[in-house]
Design a protein around this ligand. Structure first.
Ligand SMILES: Nc1ncnc2c1ncn2[C@@H]1O[C@H](COP(=O)(O)OP(=O)(O)OP(=O)(O)O)[C@@H](O)[C@H]1O
Ligand SMILES: [Mg+2]
Length: 152
């Protein structure tokens, strides 16, 4: 487990850039944390490092945004509006199994809403700090890469 202090928006984006540089296709990143904790900002960093030029906006209403013009695809999901039973119907595993879609990085906001999880993933919890900054807590679950290999 790694804890990182993120003093400003740029630091959150930079963490995403570092992750994007080191993760391979089919990696799953589960993002947890309150409203406004910085989940979308981190995904914007991932997009930047993959060379995605399209601006990454929160898929709160669309549920899933797919960006395929970068080095590897980025699938950005936001489960905020869903109940766990509704998430089950989304067939999310097709994203990390890469069966019907080209394997890519799968980043999921409001992963607390997932009734089931992939076999291996990174889980990042973002929290508001009293002084307006954020803190990230990163756990690798059954992941081949650990924090050291991620250079964070
Ligand atoms: N480390 C940080 N310190 C201060 N502000 C930050 C930090 N990281 C991100 N922000 C700012 O916090 C605001 C909310 O960020 P963001 O939209 O990424 O949150 P979110 O977790 O995706 O929110 P939501 O739950 O609504 O999806 C933005 O204005 C962003 O610039
Ligand atoms: Mg968001």
């Amino acid at each position: 487990m790694t804890k990182i202090l993120l003093p400003d928006r740029q630091a959150t984006e930079q963490l995403g850039i570092t992750l994007g540089k080191n993760l391979t296709a089919s990696s799953v990143i589960l993002l947890q944390g309150d409203l406004g904790a910085g989940k979308t900002t981190l995904v914007q960093g991932i997009g930047k490092s993959l060379g995605i030029i399209d601006s990454i906006v929160s898929p709160t209403f669309t549920l899933i945004n797919e960006y395929t013009e970068g080095r590897i695809p980025l699938y950005h999901l936001d489960l905020y509006r869903l109940e766990p039973e509704e998430v089950t119907g989304l067939n999310l595993e097709s994203y990390w199994e890469g069966i019907e879609v080209i394997p890519g990085i799968v980043a999921i906001e409001w992963a607390e809403r997932m009734p089931y999880k992939p076999e291996s993933y990174l889980i990042i919890g973002l929290t508001h700090q009293p002084n307006g900054t954020r803190q990230a807590e990163i756990h690798c679950v059954n992941s081949m890469i650990d924090d050291q290999l991620l250079h964070i």
